[in-house]
Design a protein around this ligand. Sequence first.
Ligand SMILES: Cc1cc2nc3c(=O)[nH]c(=O)nc-3n(C[C@H](O)[C@H](O)[C@H](O)COP(=O)(O)OP(=O)(O)OC[C@H]3O[C@@H](n4cnc5c(N)ncnc54)[C@H](O)[C@@H]3O)c2cc1C
Length: 394
Amino acid sequence: MDFNYSVEDEAFRAEVRAWLEANQQFAPPPSGPLDDGGKEGWASRVRWHKKLNEGGWGAVHWPKEYGGRGATVMQRLIFREELGRLNLSEPGLGMGIGLLGPTLIHWGNEDQKQRYLPAILRGDEFWCQGYSEPGSGSDLASIKTRAEEDGDYFVVNGQKVWTSVAQFADWIFLLVRTDPDAPKHKGISYLLVDMHSPGITVRPLVQMTGGRGFNEVFFEDVRVPKKNIVGEKNNGWQVAITTLMFERSGSGGNEGALTQINQLAELAKRLPRNGGSAWDDSGVRQKIVKFAAEAYALKYTGYRQLTRQLKGMPPGPEGSMMKLCGTELSLAIAQYAMELLGPYSQFEYNAPFALDRGKWSLRMLAARGPTIYAGTNQIQHNIIGERVLGLPKG
Ligand SMILES: Cc1cc2nc3c(=O)[nH]c(=O)nc-3n(C[C@H](O)[C@H](O)[C@H](O)COP(=O)(O)OP(=O)(O)OC[C@H]3O[C@@H](n4cnc5c(N)ncnc54)[C@H](O)[C@@H]3O)c2cc1C
C-alpha cells in the first residue's frame, strides 16, 4: 500500500478543487437524509449535473472519446474526496452515468453509443434499472417478464418492482425472458425501452421513511424496436452481470460513516443524563469509539481494495466485506442514536419537537435499504462463506 499521490494525481486534485470551490454555489442545498422523490429536488440535481458537465466533470470515469475525463481509479476517488471536502455530492440522477453508460461503452454497438451516451452526459435523458420482479430479486435469473418477437419489434409483457426513479426516467434498461425453454440464465435479453411507450404504467411505492423513491412498473404489449437490444438475443445475462459489477463497485463502503459518528458524539454531548451529558458515561463513549474503530477498519479495507485495482488484480473479497460491514455499521449507528435519544427517538423527521429535526429516526428507517440492494447482506454472507472462506454450501 502506497499512501502517496503521483504528480498527475496531485494536479488532478488541484484542478477539481479549484473548479468545485468556484462553482459550489450551483450545488443543491444539502437535502437531509430523505430523498422523498420530489420534483424540486430532482430539478435542482439536474441543474447541478449540467453545471458539472459544463466543467467536464459530468462523468469523470467515462473514456474521453465518450465525453468523460478518462479518470483513473485513483482520480475517481480524489474527485469524490474533493466533493466530500466541500460537503457536496454527485447529483445521483438515476442509473445513466453510473450503470448504463459504462455498460453501453462495453457492450453497445456504435449506433447505440452515439444515440444514448451524449444525452445521458448532457443530463437530457434519465435511466432507471428494470431488473427486480415480484418473486425475482436475489434469484434474478428467474425473471418472468416476457419479450416475444413480432417483425422488427419485441412485444413486452410483465412487471418490475422496486424500480428507483422510474417516475422521472425517460428510459429503462430491462431484463426480459426471450426463450422460456432455455436454462434460466440462457434465455434472457437486455433491452433499452422508452418509458414513454404506450402500455407502460408506473405506480409509486411509498417507503416506511415516507419517501417515494421507487415504483412498480407494468408492461402491457409494449413494442420495442429490435435494434434496442444490447448484446445478443438470449445473451442478456452477461450484459446484466456487467451492469451489476458497476453497481457493486459503487456501493457499500464507509462513505459518510465517520461523519455520522462525529454527529453521534455531538448528540451524546448535548443529551442530558444524570446531571451531566450522555457523553460523560464511559459506556456511551466506548460504544461510539467502537463504531469509529470499525469505520477506520473499513477505510483501510477500502485502501486494500484500491491497491488491488491499481495493480490490475481481479476483485478480491474486500467488495463483499465492505458492502456487508459498511451497511451494517450505518444501521448500528442509527440504532444506537435511537437508544441515546430514548423517548425523543419517537419523533418523526421534521416534527416540531424532534432533536436534529428527527434525522436520526429517519436514518434508522432508511439505513435498511442499503442492506438489501446491490446483493442483500445475507447473499454477501454466502459469498464470503463459500467463495472466500471455502465453507460448504448451506
Ligand atoms: C432502496 C432500494 C432500491 C432498489 N432499486 C432497485 C432498482 O432501481 N431496480 C431494481 O431492479 N431493483 C431495485 N431494488 C431491488 C433489489 O435489487 C432487491 O430488493 C434485492 O435484489 C433483493 O431481492 P428481493 O427484494 O426480491 O428479496 P429476496 O431475494 O426475495 O430475499 C428475501 C430475503 O431472503 C434472503 N435470501 C434470498 N436468497 C437467499 C439465499 N440464497 N441465502 C440466504 N438468504 C437469502 C434475502 O437476503 C432477504 O433477506 C432496490 C431495493 C432497495 C431496497
